[in-house]
Design a protein around this ligand. Sequence first.
Ligand code: ADP
Ligand code: SF4
Length: 676
Amino acid sequence: MSKRDSRYDILFEPIQIGPVKMKNRFYVAPHADSFGMGKMDEMIAYRKARAEGGWGAVCTGETMIHETSDHAPFVCTRLSSDKFIEPMSRLTGAIHEQGSLAGVELAHVGASCPSWSYRQHPISPSAQFPRLYNNPVSARKMDRKDIAELRHWYKKAAKRAQRAGFDIIYAYCSHDLSILQDFLMQRTNKRTDEYGGVFENRLRLVKEVLSDLKDTVGDTCAIALRFSVEDRQQPSSLNIQEDGRRVVESLAEIPDLWDVNVSDWAWDSGSSRFFEEGAQEPFISFVKQVTNKPVVGVGRFTSPDAMVSQIKRGVLDIIGAARPSIADPFLPNKIDTGKTDDIRECIGCNICTAEVMNNTAIRCTQNPSVGEEHRKGWHPEKVPPAHDESKSILIIGGGPSGLEAALTLGKRGYQVSLVDGGKEWGGRLVRERRMPRLSAWGRVVDYRLELLQVMPNVQMYLDSPLTAEDVEEFEADHVIVATGSAWRSDGTGRSHSDPIPGWDQAHVYSPENILNGEILEGDVVVYDDDYYYMASIIVDKLVSAGLKVTYVTSASIPAPWTINTLEFGHIVKSMNDSGVEIVTDTNISSINEATVRVVRQLTGKESQISAKGVVLVSGQLANDSLYYELQNKQENGLITSLERIGDCISPALIAQSTHDGRLAGMTYGQPDSGQD
Ligand code: ADP
Ligand code: SF4
């Protein structure tokens, strides 16, 4: 076994957190997984994989302390009743088995949820509408009795957590999602009693809850405070910027662990398009100067050098991670065994947050095993051996799906040939990683190439476009078609079932043209009927080339799907900052020589926008012709075994492609386990 680099020794030093000791400095920060109590086996398998990968502590996501705290339709873990102790103790048992500490993020989300599932009235320091989503439900103002009850719920939940075996117990005061934060913030706390008004009053409940937790379970459990030191969402109204430091100063030695971040979630889990690794440092670095207690924070840390630097420079004591632990559950072990080149680095795409926002189980672009640890029994690192190592597999297409299939089958020991018609590996990512702010996405390719290139049983051929006849001559035992997709050029998509009149003129472009680096001139209209990232990335590119851009979308807001990836606000700000005119709820009805005719969907009102160039971002079409030719050959007995994966089936997220690649790799030669 290779040895770890001594420069990283500090990451493996144990650290005392209140009454418990963590074996190293790697900490899986609380984060949502959308399994909830209904999918405990999935949740346990998911968290256990992180403990197995060497993280010194593994925490749950928000764990609700009472029925009034309920994110439905989103699901969470709960300790609001004794009946949850047993399932949660199965979780702590699985984490302890691996020598890691188990943390639980006890939470009450206050006015941020309508309690749809438990049918309670939401509670809040002051009467207000719930802030999350558009629910027509008002939160009621808590009276003193309610506040006493809230403290009681916290104590009861903490006792349950202790009985369930948790080592670290949180008070959650973060992300604009917590009743404790609501008490702290002037924006949400309009009380005039001893819990409102001046700073000391707004801080009172947090202080009381922390003391309650210490009194109740502090003998055996560490008490952590998860606290947003700054709210970037609405800094002017929260006044937490100056209060953030005062909070830490006032509570300095009370919690056993400070878990600090920047609010709201779009700032804490900012995508790589808008945030670098370690982006929170300027906001949180003061904390360690104010307290002697250990401090944990996050920053999408994947580089051990950056982690060491955080500790040595006195920014953090413990390296927290949600996304890096999602993308690579074995990150600590890889550093420990000197395999840093094998780290599957998070690309900061936030598909993991998207799946939580959609209340589906967590998933990841880089790590297709996420969420499949229990259902499919997939391990982040291990694969079953080949049923017959002499079997040859031809994979056509070296994009995310083809690369992942080759990696999985290569690891299993098959004879793999990976072929691509292009001059560079990566498929769609060859061009996308060169678009503005998307360079981190290239890690999907780099990670896989690094491993594939040293596998003796994997042969790789670039610049080799294959025909169906070539494939037949190859005589592979199994053929996997991963030929991807291409952007449509005629504007058909969600809003147009037929081509947009005028699409075939020379000044009308598809994303393919822009990805290929074609130069546009003059005023340009970018039409977004796709709703995810591509149109806004093209806008970025055109703006940086000095063009005047009008962004037109059929959606009621720009790039609506990016709400899921927490990028929406940043995209809108970026467009506004660069002078892009944003036109929403509007369709292009026709394209003329120097104008586009548009129609507002809500009113039917028509107008026109001048445009020397038009880019239609509507949808993609699968490159499936080779697959169908091969299917024909298979029917005639000329090809033994055939399947297709990724965008070649139907264009989707890169996360779908890597998952498809893993699925193809895992199922080949295995008995059919049937569909779940
Ligand atoms: P996915 O996301 O499903 O992996 P991509 O579009 O990223 O799909 O990648 C598809 C890859 O397939 C591209 O690199 C493309 O060059 C390659 N490809 C498409 N058709 C052929 C072919 N006939 N022969 C070889 N390579 C091909
Ligand atoms: Fe990182 Fe993207 Fe995976 Fe989330 S989905 S962990 S952001 S690679």
